[in-house]
Design a protein around this ligand. Sequence first.
Ligand SMILES: Cc1ncc(C[n+]2csc(CCOP(=O)(O)OP(=O)(O)O)c2C)c(N)n1
Length: 470
Amino acid sequence: MTVDAIYARLYEQGVRCVCLCPGARNAAFVKKLPKTMESINFFEERSAGFFALGRIQQTKKPVAVIITSGTAVGELLPAVMEAYYAMLPLIVVSADRPKRFRGSGSPQVAEQEGIFGFFAETYEADWVLDNRPIHINVFLEDPIPRPPLLEVTERAGHYPLCLLGALDANEYARLRAVLPRDVPLLAESLSGFWDTSLQEIRLLDRLREAAYPVDCIYRFGGLPTSRLWRDLESFDIPVISWTKLPFPGLARPSVRYDLSCETFLELLDKRNRLDLSFFDRDAELKNSLHALLERFPASEPALMKRAAEALVTKEGSVFLGNSLPIRIFDLVCSHVQAKRFYASRGLSGIDGQLSTFLGTLDGSSCIGFFGDLTALYDLAAPWVMSQVKAPFVICIMNNHGGRIFDRLFHGDARFQNEHNFDFSGWAEMFGMRYVKIDGAAAIIAEQAQVYELVPDYTQTQAFWEAYDRF
Ligand SMILES: Cc1ncc(C[n+]2csc(CCOP(=O)(O)OP(=O)(O)O)c2C)c(N)n1
C-alpha cells in the first residue's frame, strides 16, 4: 500500500489526529501528511503512544502514531498493552525498510512482524479496526536516493578496502597483529584503530585516482556506522565480512565468515599495493579538515573536538551516543585515544542512551557524548547515580533539535523537532555540576558532570558547506 493510500484509509476509518515521530525511514509519511488531519509532533515514541491514548479517550476516535523503524517500534509496547485492556483503537504505523532487508541485520532493520505479540496484530494492508490496538507495518524504499544496484559477484578482488566496526579486546588484538600497515582502512572509533584510519571523505574516488580502484570490501567486527557501508547496499563491489554477528548487515548478497576464520590473510596476500604516498596525502586532507575546524571554532564538529581533547583520557572510556555524536566523533576525533569505546549500534536507537552509558561506568574517567533529543529521551537516567557512585561526564551537544535531519532533508523543519530548552534545570534537579559552553572561547576542564555544548548554527552550516566541497 502506498503512503497516500494508507492515509486515505485511516481517514475513512475516522482518524483525524496523527502523532508523528519523524525519522529518516518514515520521511514519506512526514512529507505526505494530509491537511485534513491534525498532526502533533513528538521525538519520543513512548510519550506519543500514551498521548494518543488520552486523545482517543477524549475524542472517541482512533488515533494513529506514525513512527520510524528500529527500537522506536518497541517504545510503543506499553501504550499498546494499555490500549488492549482499555479497548482503545490505537493504530501504530511503523515504517520499515523494504521486505528484502528482513533478517539481514542491515542498519536499523528489526523484525517487526508480530512485535506486539498478544496485544496487537500486524497488518501490511486490509486491516480491520475495532476497539483494539493494531500495528501497520509499511515497507518503504530508502528515502535517500542511491545509485542502482549492479550485478554483484563474489569474486575476491585485488584492491581491497578494509572497514572496521566495533571490535572486542580479542578481535582487536588479533587484527592488530595481522593487518599490514599498508592496507587501506576505514576504521571507526569503536574499533580502536584510531591511529590508522583514512578519512572517509570521497574515499573510493580518492583511492581510484591513486590507481587503486577498490574492488572488494573486507569488513571486520560490528555493523559499521559509515555512510559507505549503507551505500554498499547498491554498489557493485563484493563484500566479505568477518564478524561474530549472526547476520551479514547487508540485504544484498555478501559473504560472511566467523572472525576466527583466517581466509582474509590469504585474500590479503593477493592484493595489489597502494602507493604509500596516498597515506601522506590523506594526512594532508585531515590537516585541511582540522584547519576548517579552526575557521569555524564554534561549529558543532569544532566543539566536539575541543571537548573530546579536553575531557577524554587514555585510561578512561568514551560512550558515543547515536545520531550526529558518533558520526562527528569519527570524523574529527580519530586522534583522541581512550581505553575503551562504547555505543549502542544494534539498532542505533536514540532511546536509553544515558542509562546505557551509566551502566558502563567502571570507576575510571568515563565520558558520554549525546544529542539533545537523545538526552531528553532519557531524562530519568541519573536516578541510578547514587547507587553506582562512579565518576562520569555527560556532554550534551545541544543544537536544539534533531539536526541530523537538517543535512539529510535539506533543512526541512518538519523533521527536526526544534526546541529552546537547556539542561541546567535537569542537572540541578539531580545535583549534577553543570557548565554551559556556548562560545568558541569557553574553557572546558573536568569540573562538571554535565557539559551542555551549544554550537553556533551558522558556523556549523558553513563548516558542512565547506566540508561538502572537499
Ligand atoms: C528510539 C528512536 N526513535 C527515533 C529515531 C530516529 N532518529 C534518529 S536520529 C534522531 C534525532 C536525534 O536528535 P539528537 O539526539 O538531538 O541528535 P542530533 O540530531 O543532533 O544528532 C531521531 C529521532 C531513533 N534512532 N531511535
